[in-house]
Design a protein around this ligand. Structure first.
Ligand code: PCA
Length: 199
């Protein structure tokens, strides 16, 4: 069993992204599954191309993409990817997204194949706050989540894929009125969630 876990690089003026910091610190094996870690750029289109290359190379059983959701208090497994992109913040190539569908011939939305209820349950059991989220937004994270689902539908029907959004780190909010979670706790939560995904 193999799981590809990706984390985004810093974006939107932040110096750090908890997603890649936490992904880098995950164990190499969780519940008998090999964990492949990959940094992805916060760039529309490019992030999905990088993940597609990794899927072709590693042939994982599962893909879990992890992203920062500044302002959230909890670790939030995502239920659904929508066929829409938009937003004001330029990505790391300097482009704000063209508003509209991600795939003109794609469905309005895809549900994740990952066991999000179990993920939430094991994170809570580890003593950390978690909740299912019903929107991954319309920015690069949702686009990557949608594109992996589209790829799965067309080329990798055996793949099970999904997304987890995580809060800011404490050092990102020293001058913001926003919630945060320590890196150690985020790593603990993701490790628990991955344990549920691969078992
Ligand atoms: N979060 C952004 C993109 C990269 C990241 O970590 C998002 O939620 O779309």
């Amino acid at each position: 069993m193999k799981i590809l876990v990706t984390g985004f690089d810093p974006f939107g003026g932040e110096k750090i992204n908890p997603a890649i910091e936490a992904v880098k610190r995950l164990p190499d094996m969780i519940n008998g599954a090999e964990v492949i870690k990959l940094e992805v750029p916060t760039i529309f289109g490019k992030s999905a191309a990088v993940v597609k290359d990794a899927i072709l190379k590693e042939k994982p059983d599962f893909v879990l993409n992890v992203g920062q959701a500044g302002g959230r208090r909890m670790v939030t497994p995502e239920r659904v990817a929508i066929n829409f992109q938009g937003g004001q913040t330029p990505d790391n190539s300097g482009q704000a997204p063209q508003e509209g569908p991600i795939q003109v011939d794609g469905p309005a939305a895809y549900f994740t194949q990952l066991p999000i209820k179990e993920e939430v349950a094991v994170i809570r059991k580890a003593g950390l706050p978690a909740q299912i989220s019903n929107t991954a937004g319309t920015y690069v994270c949702n686009q990557l989540f949608y594109q992996v689902q589209y790829l799965r539908e067309h080329d990798f029907p055996q793949l099970k894929a999904g997304f987890i959004h995580i809060p800011y780190l404490p050092e990102q909010v020293v001058n913001k009125n926003a919630p945060s979670m320590s890196l150690a706790d985020i790593v603990k939560a993701l490790t628990a969630a991955i344990g549920a995904i691969v078992s």
